[in-house]
Write a protein that binds this ligand. Structure first.
Ligand code: HEC
Ligand code: HEC
Length: 326
């Protein structure tokens, strides 16, 4: 069977999305830059023992997360202390990592490459390995007009690939774009509840407001002070970046440490499991008591709505896959 070629369209903002935060003029996504970035994203030479690529922890079929692992597994199967977040809609992110420790997407890849529990490699070795591989000469030439391989080019190309990991084709998006698709009754109920109880933090249409908040997880499961480690401010204790809720069907497990394995557990957490602490977000208290006390019907409706945020197209797009068309 012949593969259908996918037309390269570059970066464009989905009609129901706001303007991106990332300056797409500064590092324009070109067809050749994107292709080079994709090859690098799936390149295990980026790791010390050539065993792990970015794509090992950010798996497309799992919405670019590491399915089935609560915390990430790197070189020598070393464990990280956090759950791999999705590579998704990053052009709309103001900061990166669960604690917001990184501000610039282009500077991001140096962190996993050199992190001992991730790829554990030195940038100079990565460059030497890429230079030794003739296939890259041509790819760098096409993308940048010169065969020279530099760290900056590697980072910019990886960024171009990541910028095109846009998820905007869920049922929710079709409803919002008024294409004729409608929520059913229970999804609509869930949407109304969601707007009442969840959307201040999980703001539409990206389902995050980009802030750091404490949503009441207990700190005994996997002690981690979160944002406080970056700002050294006690008011930031236990705060983590509000994650998007898109593609939750594919990104199990949930939360920064992957402690929940189902949406039922998540909803039970918001209903009865909220741990009080000085930094708990006030939105998660009702009349001074922690928890949103959701009844069974409300939980069912919320779950039905959350399931409208799954985007099958995103996790099956050939151009983002390791086995892309040539
Ligand atoms: C060993 C697993 C592993 C590998 C390999 C890995 N990552 Fe990650 N990635 C993670 C984890 C875990 C986090 C979250 C870390 C944190 O917040 O403390 C993360 C976070 C990210 C983020 C931030 C996303 C956000 O929304 O904040 C980006 C971007 C990213 N990785 C890109 C890459 C790129 C590019 C590569 C390859 C050069 C790569 N990753 C390799 C595990 C991995
Ligand atoms: C006060 C802000 C806030 C409110 C309100 C809130 N959340 Fe969250 N939510 C967060 C934060 C912060 C996290 C990540 C916490 C962590 O991992 O430490 C999160 C995580 C999640 C996750 C896990 C996502 C993932 O990929 O790991 C789901 C699902 C979720 N929330 C659903 C909801 C639902 C449904 C509601 C409404 C009933 C809701 N949230 C209300 C802040 C909030």
């Amino acid at each position: 069977m012949a593969l259908t070629r996918i037309e390269f369209t570059g970066f464009s903002t989905p009609v129901n999305f706001p303007a991106p935060v990332y300056d797409v003029v500064k590092n324009p996504v070109t067809a050749d830059g994107f292709k080079l970035g994709r090859k690098l994203f799936y390149e295990s030479a980026l790791s010390r023992d050539n065993s792990i690529s970015c794509g090992n922890c950010h798996i497309q079929a799992a919405g670019f997360t590491q399915h089935g692992h609560d915390v990430s597994h790197g070189v020598d199967d070393r464990l990280g202390n956090r759950n791999s977040p999705p590579i998704m809609n990053l052009a709309w992110s103001k900061s990166f990592m669960w604690d917001g420790g990184v501000f610039h997407l282009e500077l991001f890849p140096i962190s996993p490459i050199t992190n001992p529990v991730e790829m554990d490699e030195k940038m100079e070795n990565v460059l030497a390995k890429l230079k030794a591989d003739k296939a890259y000469e041509e790819l760098f030439y096409k993308a940048y007009g010169s065969k020279e391989i530099t760290g900056n080019k590697v980072f910019n190309a990886l960024t171009q690939f990541m910028l095109l990991c846009i998820s905007s084709d869920s049922k929710y998006d079709s409803v919002m774009r008024e294409t004729g698709v409608k929520f059913n009754e229970i999804e609509q109920k869930g949407y109304t509840l969601f707007k009442n109880k969840c959307s201040t933090c999980h703001q539409e249409p990206l389902f995050t407001d980009g802030t750091f908040r404490n949503n009441g997880l207990n700190n005994t499961y996997n002690p981690d002070i979160g944002r406080q480690a970056i700002t050294l401010d006690a008011n930031d204790q236990f705060k983590f970046k509000v994650p998007s809720l898109r593609n939750n069907a594919f990104t199990v497990p949930y939360m920064h440490d992957g402690r929940f394995t189902s949406l039922d557990q998540v909803l039970e957490h918001y209903s009865t499991g909220i741990t009080n602490s000085p930094t708990l977000d006030p939105l998660l208290k009702q009349n001074g008591t922690p928890g949103l006390s959701l009844n069974a019907e409300q939980k069912m409706a919320l779950k039905a709505f959350l399931n409208t945020l799954n985007d099958k197209h995103f996790i099956t797009r050939k151009d983002l896959s390791e086995n892309h068309e040539k």
